[in-house]
Write a protein that binds this ligand. Structure first.
Ligand SMILES: [Zn+2]
Length: 52
């Protein structure tokens, strides 16, 4: 698979892939990783939260 979390691909994302992480509440961090919640929703989280 392509490196979809790097380089030019980020510029196509809303806010260039940045925002506030819903888990750790870091601001303007890159939210590049999708996580499934127990309700089967997908959340975009930062790299620090992807394995929690
Ligand atoms: Zn986070």
């Amino acid at each position: 698979m392509a490196k979809r979390n790097r380089g030019k691909a980020l510029k196509k994302l809303p806010a260039k892939g940045r925002g506030t992480c819903p888990i750790c509440h870091r601001k303007r961090i890159k939210l590049l990783y999708e996580r499934r919640t127990e309700h089967n929703d997908s959340l975009n989280v930062c790299k620090y939260c992807r394995d929690k």
